[in-house]
Design a protein around this ligand. Structure first.
Ligand code: RB5
Length: 150
């Protein structure tokens, strides 16, 4: 399974930590930046990971900014992306089981690195339940259609 990861400056240290920990678990990780700590704009990095999923370069994305909120707002603008900002392992479990989320967003200024790792592992190892949730995710996909845009 291929994981794309990216952050802005506020998530850089957590990204570097998670990248190595997730690799140790046997996942292939593609780092979409930033590669050195510098002030950047989080939408640019959300876009890289979202497009990575759209192009099937990666199966899942992890995006880290200060709160995880900006990354989540941006990633969810892209067709086919269901980004969930998770602050607990239970968030991550349900984001996968019920919402079939394909991008996890984390707040580098909000949570510790061990919790962020546990959240990431939960997200990556949990399967979509389907059943009644598939009907709802299909309705999310219908909302992406152009006729719903103003
Ligand atoms: C950057 O200062 C900060 O605004 C950003 O990392 C993020 O938290 C936005 O949602």
């Amino acid at each position: 399974m291929k994981i794309g990861i990216a952050s802005d400056h506020a998530g850089f240290e957590l990204k570097e930590y998670l990248k190595e920990q997730i690799k140790k678990q046997g996942y292939e990780v593609i780092d979409y930046g930033i590669s050195v700590k510098k002030v950047v704009d989080y939408p640019d990095y959300a876009e890289k990971v979202a497009k990575g999923i759209q192009k099937k370069e990666i199966d899942f994305g992890i995006l880290i900014c200060g709160t995880g909120i900006g990354m989540s707002i941006c990633a969810n603008k892209f067709k086919g992306i269901r980004a969930a900002r998770c602050c607990s392992t239970y968030d991550a479990l349900l984001a996968r089981e019920h919402n079939d989320a394909n991008v996890l967003t984390l707040g580098g200024r909000l949570i510790g690195k061990e919790l962020a790792f546990e959240i990431s592992l939960t997200f990556l190892s949990t399967h979509f339940t389907k059943g009644r949730h598939l009907r709802r995710v299909n309705k999310i996909k219908k909302l992406e259609n152009v006729e719903n845009q103003y």
